[in-house]
Each structure stands twice: as C-alpha cells, then as structure tokens.
Design a protein around this ligand. Structure first.
Ligand code: AMP
Ligand code: ZN
Length: 461
C-alpha cells in the first residue's frame, strides 16, 4: 500500500506522514467564529479536514480530533483594532452574545451533520477556557515576550527570530508599509494576547485577569486549548488558507514563546471556495450561500460534499450551480450503484489499491474519484462494485450504505390511472391498458412491479 504523504505548509513540501505516537494522531482544527451561520466556503474547509481525518483512520491511525469554537475575542480587524465580532453582531441583532454563540454553534453542528462531517473527539469553547488562556499568557510574559499598552497586553514579535516563518512573511516590508495603523503597537506584526474592556462600557463577555478586566485575543485560545488536549507539540494542525499569515503564524509564536515548539509537526491548509467571478465568499458580508440555501432549493447537501471532492484541497474552487447540478447527478448514480446491486460481495483489491494510492497522495480526491468512476463503469459484478464502493465510502463519506429512494406518493389522479389500468388488464382490454400506461408515463411516473403488486414511482430523468 502506498505510504501516506501530506503537504506541509511549514516546510512547503510533501512529506511522508509519520505519527509522533503511533497509532495515535493528534489533529487540531480551527473551528468557526460563531457570530453568524457558516457559509459553504467555510464548510469546504471542514470537508477537507474531514477527508483528512477519514484518510488517517483508513490508514489505521486512531485520530484524536480537537475543534475549537471561537465565541469571544475575534476582532473585526486583523490589526487588533475594532470591536469583537461577537459583541458587534450582538449590538446589531439585539440578541445577547451568549445566546448568539449557542445558536450559531448548534447551527454549525447541524450543517456538519448534513454534510456527513464527523464530530470532533473533543469540542472546546474559548469561553470555557479563559483560565487556561490567562495561564498561557502568564508563561509568555514570564519568558519576556510581552508588553503592555493602554488597551492590552501584546506579543512582542521582534523577540522571536523566526517569527513569520509559516507565512514566509516579509517582516521588513511589513514594517515599512503599515506604520499608520499600528496605534501603540511596536511593530505591525505584534498582536493582542489580552484586551482590556473599554473604560466607558461594560462588555457582555469579560473576565478578571492579572492585567485588568478584559477578554483574550483571538489567537491565544488555539495555543492554550491545543496544548491542553493534545500537548505542546502534536501531529497535525489545520485551517483555511487565510490562517497561514496571521492566525497560525501567531499561534506558533505564542507556543514557541511558551514551550519552545512550533506547535504541530504538519501544518495543512484548505484553499478557498470562491464565486465564479473571483469573489471571495465572506461571512462578514452577510451575503452568502449556506447549507440551508441548498436544502431550500431541494439540493442534497451531500451533492455539495461530492462537488468539493472534484478539486484538490490545495487549489481554489469556483462555485457554480452547474457544477453542483453535475455533482447531484453523480451522487445519484453512486447511490443507485449501491442500492440496486443486491447483497454486497467481496471487495475488489485492485481497485482499492488504486484508490488508496490516490488518497494517500496528499488526498488527491479528483484522482480518487476517477478510480471510483472506473469502478462503477467496470464489468465487475454489481455485488463486487457495491462492496468496493462501500469501502471507499469510508473515506468519501457520502453515506452510500444508508441511502434509500424517497417514497414520493403519486397524486390521486395518477393513482386512479394505475387502478384503471389494472382493471383494463384484468378484463383483457389491452389497448386501454396501453393507453393508460402512456398517460402515466406522460405525467412523469413509471410503473414498477413489486411483490406487493404494481407501484408508481417518479420516472428517472
Ligand atoms: P471563521 O468562522 O471565519 O473563523 O472561518 C472558519 C473556517 O473557514 C476557517 O478555517 C477559514 O479559514 C475557512 N474559510 C473562510 N472563508 C473560506 C472560503 N471562502 N473558502 C474556504 N474556507 C474558508
Ligand atoms: Zn486557531
């Protein structure tokens, strides 16, 4: 079997995957900021991470998957200015920040379930881990990497010689370019670890700390919670491509200042879903597609999952309705290949080997899908195709084993045509029977003979 190789953003290279403590693998995924619904772009990243997890499991690893929920501290600007996204949105909607966080967390989990994304082994909320974050900042402070301004405690990035390595940041260029927006920060790359509550205003979410009442900066939660659940150096850290230059760069800086490690052994990033006119789908713009939008249009969310598998996770993907429509049709074909095959037979080892070679080549899902289609079109017995597809589906996550055609009851007048036809047949009026069948077909139904007698079902497109 081909050995698993993964692309590591930290080294910018494809590396053989070696677990630190096999068979266990520690996997940390940056979770959603819960001030709004997730859009299907966000979910593309979670689908990529789900495929990664399934591929690891398929390779025999036991994955401990940790995902955080950012329910405080994600500022509206990456320059550590502006309001906290949660508080800002709460003001806008009149709902409390706590209520909103709970609501959008539930909605996110519902979207995950509809896309067959496995639940992480551990969920962790930033607001449940304030003490951990404070303790983490204290260690960074004791190691001499912080300074205080009038609005918070900041990380002094000039103290870390390799700051910005993950994002290959041009520190000098940044320094020259961004002086204006810096406020009291000493360098544009410095970032908030703890922000003070404004003096003239009580925040909904704020806590006491050794530095004064306030709230944690966005990046610290991931360093603190990953260390708590996976230790200061674990196997794989993931997120979307936008996290490379700021969020993950700063997570690494914090953990380096605290423990001297660069946090994870492999860094993996999913690339963006964009609208076909090159527009980035963004949560803060408020105008975006969600899983519910698809459901409202009678599109199965799993067709979107399959659509995502048509591209490499390391390439941007253009969303198109045509593409999604094609994925819906493909999904139906796969479902029928399993559903209509009767009992499953033996798995075809050759096809499995070809499939595994592709998924283990840095999750090459487009090529893995090409193997799937070769299999479906092959001359192998349907029972073999079925068994092999079901095994592949452990990675694809399309729920092929569970699918059943929806029982759509035919309208009463079509049902009446069927009964009239049965009667015509019984009375041997064959011409009438044929004409009734033609009427049923014209209305978009076909007659299926079942052990319980003839039934109507919608005609295949
Ligand atoms: P957020 O809730 O904004 O923190 O984002 C959740 C996840 O979605 C992060 O891993 C982001 O990197 C990722 N993300 C944001 N926008 C997109 C997009 N258009 N396509 C794919 N992933 C995205
Ligand atoms: Zn994070």
């Amino acid at each position: 079997m081909k050995k698993l190789q993964l692309y590591d953003t930290y080294t910018r290279s494809l590396r053989d995957f070696e677990a630190l403590n096999p068979p266990e693998v520690g996997l940390y995924t940056c979770g959603p900021t819960v001030y709004n619904y997730a859009h299907i772009g966000n979910l593309r990243t979670y689908i990529f991470e789900d495929i990664l997890r399934r591929v690891l499991t398929f390779n025999g690893y036991k994955v401990k998957h940790v995902m955080n929920i950012t329910d405080v501290g994600h500022l509206t600007s990456d320059a550590d200015t502006g309001d906290d996204k949660m508080e800002a949105r709460s003001k806008l909607t009149g709902r409390s920040a706590w209520e909103m966080a709970a609501y959008y967390t539930d909605e996110f989990r519902r979207d995950m379930a509809r896309l067959n994304i496995l639940e992480p082994t551990i969920w962790c909320k930033a607001t449940d881990h304030i003490a951990d974050q404070i303790a983490f900042i204290q260690k960074i402070e004791a190691n001499g990497f912080t300074y205080r301004t009038s609005d918070g405690i900041y990380f002094d990035t000039s103290r870390l010689p390799d700051y910005g390595h993950l994002g290959r940041l041009d520190i000098e260029g940044l320094q020259a370019g961004q002086r204006v927006e810096m406020g009291e920060k000493r360098a544009p790359t410095d970032f908030a670890l703890w922000k003070f509550s404004p003096v003239d205003q009580k925040r909904q979410m704020e806590w006491d700390s050794p530095w004064g009442v306030g709230f944690p900066g966005w990046h610290i939660e991931c360093s603190a919670m990953s260390a708590r659940y996976l230790g200061p150096f674990f196997d794989i850290h993931t997120g979307g491509e936008d996290h490379i230059t700021i969020h993950h760069t700063n997570e690494i800086a914090q953990t380096e200042a605290c423990y001297g490690t660069h946090l994870a052994n492999y860094w993996m990033h999913g690339y963006f879903l964009q609208l076909d006119d090159n527009v980035k789908m963004s949560k803060s713009s408020g105008d975006f597609l969600r899983v519910q939008t698809l459901v409202d249009q009678k599109i199965d969310p799993l067709a979107y999952r399959l659509f995502c598998l048509s591209a490499l996770y390391r390439a941007k993907l253009n969303f198109t309705w045509d593409g999604l429509d094609g994925a819906s049709k493909s999904l139906n074909r796969l479902r029928l290949a399993v559903y209509q095959a009767g009992p499953a037979g033996a798995v075809d080892e050759d096809y499995m080997e070809r499939f595994t070679a592709q998924i283990n080549d840095d999750l090459n899902m487009p090529r893995a899908m090409a193997v799937v289609w070769d299999l479906v079109r092959s001359e192998l017995p349907p029972s073999t195709i079925k068994a092999t597809l079901l095994m592949m589906d452990q990675v694809l996550g399309l729920g092929l084993a569970d699918w059943k055609p929806e029982e759509v009851a035919a309208p009463a007048e079509i049902q009446a045509l069927l009964e009239a036809r049965q009667l015509a047949r019984k009375e041997k009026r064959w011409a009438d029977a044929d004409s009734l069948r033609a009427q049923i077909t014209a209305a978009g139904y076909e007659i299926e003979d079942t052990p319980q007698g003839p039934r109507l079902k919608p005609r295949a497109a």
